[in-house]
Write a protein that binds this ligand. Structure first.
Ligand SMILES: [Zn+2]
Length: 240
């Protein structure tokens, strides 16, 4: 392998946080965070659009009344549309850990993806460089990184079954799942109680709750409630 020329740093395969330089592309769709709230969560989305350009146009169109703080293109390009201290309009109605107005409590990241295909390596690399920076800026712990479907079950399904949560978990960028254990099929009540403890407090029926938990932890799972669904939720909350 050739040595880099003097004064030119070698390009690492993994983006470091300091190498990130978002392209500023301001959106008019934001306001002040309410009640002096600061970000405690990061909400991950997919755009469900055919290109990053189309998503950028929509997220910056006053008529759309939607936005996010960041958009990551499929090629790893990072755009910033709203300052982190401001309230972007990405989460909408929903609830997490008993709290509503998620927009006032979160940073929103949109991933350029139609929802029907895997997320690219450059895009995931940029996300993995961006998340630690946001988490450090606002002292957000790994369990504070959630999906849109976590806080809006029954209404939203992004970032969807193709998103690699385990990859983020391995890097302490999301709450880890519990190991699988052998136990009896859980009751819906036990499952709901465990889901509530894990943050899934939004008011939805059993099927919608199961679907939301599976989107996050077990997108391959099908059929009725089973042991693995409960197991995924029951890790003691030791991550700070
Ligand atoms: Zn979303």
């Amino acid at each position: 392998m050739a040595m880099p020329a003097a004064g030119i740093p070698a390009r690492s395969a993994v983006l470091s946080t300091t190498e990130l330089s978002p392209i500023w592309h301001p959106s008019p769709n934001f306001g002040d965070r309410r009640d002096g709230l600061t970000p405690r969560l990061v909400v991950i989305h997919y755009t469900a659009m055919n290109s990053a350009k189309a998503a950028l146009d929509r997220l910056c169109d006053p008529a759309s009344e939607v936005s996010a703080h960041y958009l990551i293109g499929g090629d790893g390009t990072l755009w910033q549309m709203v300052r982190e201290q401001d309230r972007a309009w990405h989460a909408g109605a929903g609830e997490w850990e008993g709290q509503t107005d998620i927009n006032s409590r979160s940073i929103g990241i949109e991933l350029d993806n139609t929802g029907s295909h895997p997320f690219s390596e450059p895009q995931m690399s940029t996300l993995e460089a961006l998340l630690p920076r946001i988490m450090k800026n606002w002292s957000i712990p790994a369990p504070g990184v959630i999906g849109h479907s976590d806080m809006a079950p029954g209404r939203k399904s992004d970032p969807g079954p193709h998103f690699d949560w385990q990859r983020l978990e391995r890097r302490a960028l999301a709450k880890p799942r519990a190991p699988v254990t052998a136990s009896a099929t859980p009751s819906p009540e036990a499952f709901r109680a465990a889901a509530r403890r894990a943050g899934f407090t939004a008011s939805v029926d059993d099927a919608q709750l199961l679907a939301a938990v599976r989107l996050r932890f077990r997108p391959w799972a099908q059929g009725p409630l089973e042991t693995g669904d409960l197991d995924a939720l029951t890790l003691p909350d030791t991550i700070t």
